[in-house]
Design a protein around this ligand. Structure first.
Ligand code: B3K
Ligand code: ZN
Length: 884
């Protein structure tokens, strides 16, 4: 057991920095075992601060010497503690010269300066810069950087940093140098360097203004055939930000560098984005449609950060969602606009709703629940969460829903006019949106300060005599840690009314300017409010929360008939999909109860008929049909139960899938053949949608396969012209229950792709998530020569996909899954606390499980918490899980 308790940081304790930094010059002598960093920091006292002490963060580095205005400081003139170098009583103007030494090759945390496949990379967000040199490592200290890199010329021919290359040359001793200057001031978390043996695809690109910029995508040799899509996505991002938000690339050079060892997806360092290879490398042979979509989204996301994050940054890390929520919203809109069709947009929206329900709602209901702008944290890296990112994006989206696209643009323009070059708070964004639109968004602040997923309960009353339809909306929000009581939120609820023939009725709502439109945004601000629709000539079916207009749980006592009506006719595709999910969920919950009670399982013909009609409806986009046919996941079902029995959920969902597969076999086969995409591979949305529907059909056909179905899958596996189809066929074979077929395909797949790390990840991931893979099988896979805990992608592919993606095995009744989890969290923590803390989160919802499982889960959590040397990262997660 750790005896010290980690320190909690509070938002209310914010104080301005005592000294501001005007400019920094950094010199690096790069060596894996002993890198020397020399800094010259020009500082001046901050009039907003009463302190005269210079506070410089620093950890895991060795201080060689420090000079203040030319004079070497004696140890008695400063204080050096575990995380901080403090120089008291400093004068107004200061030049600090500091020399530090570090060993990048020993840095397995992948935070700070580290080595990956013999190359140097950095990751500084959130607090990695302090692992490179002593510095006020906080986002509200923005400075101009000049960087000199020196390294062996043969081993590290490429030397990159932020901004512009201003000088390079030979040092004569087998080493060379490059000097970079970033013309924009930035916080230290945006600093980056790369020293590596890499090659690049580059292109001169003309901005709308006519200025020409140099775009580069850097990868390891042998991967140049996989950079086209990232480059295309970068150009699309640049163009889109010009057109949609009037924001231009402010540098003459913009670089993306891919690295195989990386803690997350990518990083928006100014002018030098560093990416996980997963979000750069793609060609049809190795990448799936989902990978392509991920690359587009992440390239966009990091590029968009250049304005939302870099030009305007965060005052402190509590404001993280200011840049992340906004930038996720921007990348979501970018991806939707790239598809360009209404259904395409809806398909992206449905995906967002699924992510929220799969990951954010559970987070909001668990021990790590926190507001979009948290009030405290122990380890900031634990707060790069679905709440900060995805719920944060929903909060931004609600402004757009409330003020419209043009109003949103006005708000963005005002935000930049006011805050360019500043480090600001979430409140500043809210104020810009309010002021630009003449709106009062003071109540809207609660979306930032209150955690938990609000529940909106709707009830309705139709009066034929007066032709009025009354809709009452009531809201509440469950208690979350530290927040027992919540105040009402400002919730936009978009509503439509369907007639018996399925068409939208023109809407007239008392007190709301609706003018006969077919959708109206109602603003729910009280605990309960009634909205009165007039001129309603027949009993309508309400379509509530269209386009998922707010991140809430909507409850309404729909009848089956109403849901079927919406499922067939709703003009809002998101709610059409939602009606199908409600129909399925009701049945899945009943079936789960029946499994647990040992009762016979039945699935009604009405539901099957609705699925059949949808599957065969060629007027609908294949991508939409695929989404509408996917049943709510085991995790989403679990969230709806008071006591979770993962085995019962799995059995119920499997029963439903098996029944649908048997009943719809001819239709599935027909769709399988109708949605082939012959010819050259293209990742466009229509082709990807067809493949998705076809491969969903295949997975259903392989549930209880005969020889013909197995042949179908094998044929697709052998002849696939792209990874989407090959991987789908492999997954279908793995899930078919036919061991010989699955094994043969797995063996040949591995042999074909053993040199493609990202494909080997898929090979591990697919096996990890298969319900036939138990803990023992995962342990065997860990013994495979290609497995290593040191590489985050590899660890995630096998271990995370087992704990998070294979609930019926992870929650094995003997608790063996949890014991395995504890072992891996502990092992990972010794290498990489950030990744270990992510894995630790798999146990968040332990109190929801049936008592037998709970006690095993508590044991495992206590085992981890009892470790003598535990990182703050993991400590925070497990202690919050165990707290009452
Ligand atoms: N801003 C980075 C995330 C940094 C995570 C630090 N633990 C990537 C992104 O959101 O774009
Ligand atoms: Zn981001």
């Amino acid at each position: 057991m750790r005896t010290d308790s980690p320190q909690t940081i509070y938002r209310k304790d914010y104080t301005p920095p005592s000294f501001l930094v005007d400019s920094v010059e950094l010199g690096f002598d790069l060596d894996p075992a002993r890198t020397v960093v020399a800094s010259r920091i020009h500082m001046r006292h901050n009039p907003a601060s009463t302190s005269r002490s210079i506070e410089l963060h620093g950890e895991h580095i060795e201080l060689v010497q420090v000079r203040l205005n030319g004079k070497l400081l004696k140890p008695s003139q400063y204080k050096l503690t575990a995380g901080m170098l403090t120089i008291p009583k400093a004068p107004d103007d200061v030049l600090l010269e500091i020399e530090t030494v570090l060993a990048p090759q020993d840095n397995t945390s992948l935070s700070g300066l580290y080595v990956s496949n013999h190359n140097f990379f950095t990751q500084c967000e959130a607090e990695g810069f302090r692992r490179i040199t002593f510095f006020p490592d906080r986002p509200d200290v923005m400075a101009r950087y000049t960087v000199m890199l020196r390294a062996d010329k043969d081993k590290y021919p490429v030397l990159l940093s932020n901004g512009n290359l201003i000088e390079e040359g030979d040092l004569g001793d087998g080493r060379h140098y490059a000097k970079w200057e970033d013309p924009f001031k930035k916080p230290s978390y945006l600093f980056a360097l790369v020293a590596a043996r890499l090659v690049c695809q580059e292109e001169h690109y003309r901005l709308k203004s006519g200025r020409e910029v140099l775009l580069q995508v850097w990868v390891e040799e042998g991967n140049l055939d996989k950079t086209d899509y990232a480059m295309q996505s970068l150009k699309n991002s640049i163009r889109w930000d010009e057109e949609r938000f009037g924001l231009e690339l402010d540098l003459d050079r913009f670089m993306i560098v891919a690295v195989g060892d990386f803690n997350m997806g990518a990083m928006e360092n100014k002018g030098l984005n560093i990416f996980n290879t997963k979000y750069v490398l793609a060609n049809s042979r190795v990448a799936t449609d989902v990978d392509y979509a991920g690359i587009e989204a992440v390239v966009g996301h990091e590029y968009f950060h250049n304005w939302t994050g870099n030009r305007v940054t965060c005052r402190d890390w509590f404001q993280l969602s200011l840049k992340e929520g906004l930038t996720v919203f921007r990348d979501q809109e970018f991806s939707a606009d790239m598809i360009g069709t209404d259904t395409g947009r809806a398909v992206t929206r449905i995906d967002q709703v699924r992510t929220l329900r799969q990951a954010q709602f559970p987070e909001d209901a668990g021990p790590m629940a926190h507001p979009v702008r948290p009030d405290s944290f122990v380890e900031i890296n634990n707060f790069y969460t679905v709440t900060i990112y995805e719920k944060g994006a929903e909060v931004v989206r609600m402004y757009q829903t409330l003020v419209g696209r043009d109003g949103f643009r006005k708000g963005m323009d005002l935000y930049f006019a006011r805050h360019d070059g500043q480090a600001v708070q979430c409140d500043d964004f809210r104020a810009a949106m309010a002021d630009a639109n003449g709106r009062d968004f003071s109540q809207f602040e609660r979306w930032y300060s209150q955690a938990g997923t609000p529940v909106v309960t709707a009830s309705t009353r139709y009066d034929a005599a007066s032709q009025t339809f009354e809709l009452t909306l009531a809201q509440s929000c469950p208690a979350t840690p530290g927040q027992p009581k919540k105040l009402p939120f400002h919730i936009p609820v978009t509503v439509g009314l369907l007639a018996a023939d399925g068409r939208d009725l023109p809407l007239h709502v008392d007190g709301v300017a609706s003018n006969g439109a077919t959708s109206v945004v109602l603003e729910l601000t009280e605990a309960s409010q009634t909205f009165r629709f007039t001129q309603v000539g027949e009993v309508p079916v309400p379509s509530l929360l269209r386009d998922f207009s707010a991140p809430v749980v909507l409850e309404y006592d729909y009848t089956d008939a109403q849901l079927l009506h919406l499922f067939r006719h709703d003009s809002d595709p998101v709610n059409r999909w939602e009606a199908g999910q409600r129909l399925a969920m009701e049945r899945l919950l009943k079936l789960t109860g029946a499994v647990a009670a040992g009762e016979p399982l039945v699935l009604d013909e009405t539901f099957i008929a609705a699925q059949r009609a949808l599957l065969a409806d060629d007027t609908l986009d294949p991508a939409f049909r695929e989404l509408a046919l996917i049943l709510p996941s085991e995790t989403i079902i679990a969230e709806r139960m008071a006591q979770v029995d993962p085995q019962a959920i799995h059995a119920a969902r499997q029963f439903m899938r098996t029944t649908i597969a048997a009943a719809l076999k001819p239709e599935l086969l027909a769709q399988y053949h109708a949605n082939q995409t012959p010819g050259e591979y293209s990742p466009d949305a229509l082709s990807a949608g067809k493949r998705a529907l076809k491969n969903l059909a295949l997975s259903y056909l392989l549930i209880a396969p005969g020889a013909a179905e197995l042949d179908l899958a094998r044929l697709q596996f052998d002849n696939a012209g792209n990874m989407t189809d090959r991987a789908a066929a492999l997954a279908a074979l793995i899930h078919s229950g036919s061991q010989p077929h699955a094994q043969a395909a797995l063996t040949s797949f591995y042999a074909d792709f053993e040199n493609e790390a990202l494909v080997v990840d898929k090979w591990f991931a697919m096996q990890a998530a298969a319900p036939t893979t138990d803990v023992q099988a995962v342990r065997q896979l860990m013994a495979h020569p290609a497995f290593t805990l040191k590489n985050p992608n590899r660890a995630r592919s096998l271990i995370f996909n087992f704990t998070n993606g294979n609930p019926s095995q992870f929650h094995a009744v003997d608790g063996s899954g949890y014991a395995f989890w504890a072992e891996q969290v502990i092992a990972l923590d010794a290498l990489n606390p950030q990744v270990a803390a992510r894995l630790a989160r798999s146990m968040d919802r332990w109190r929801r499980y049936v008592p037998a499982l709970q006690s095993h889960m508590r044991d495992a959590l206590e085992q981890v918490a009892g470790q003598a040397s535990l990182s703050n990262d993991v400590m925070e997660v497990v202690s919050k899980a165990l707290a009452n």
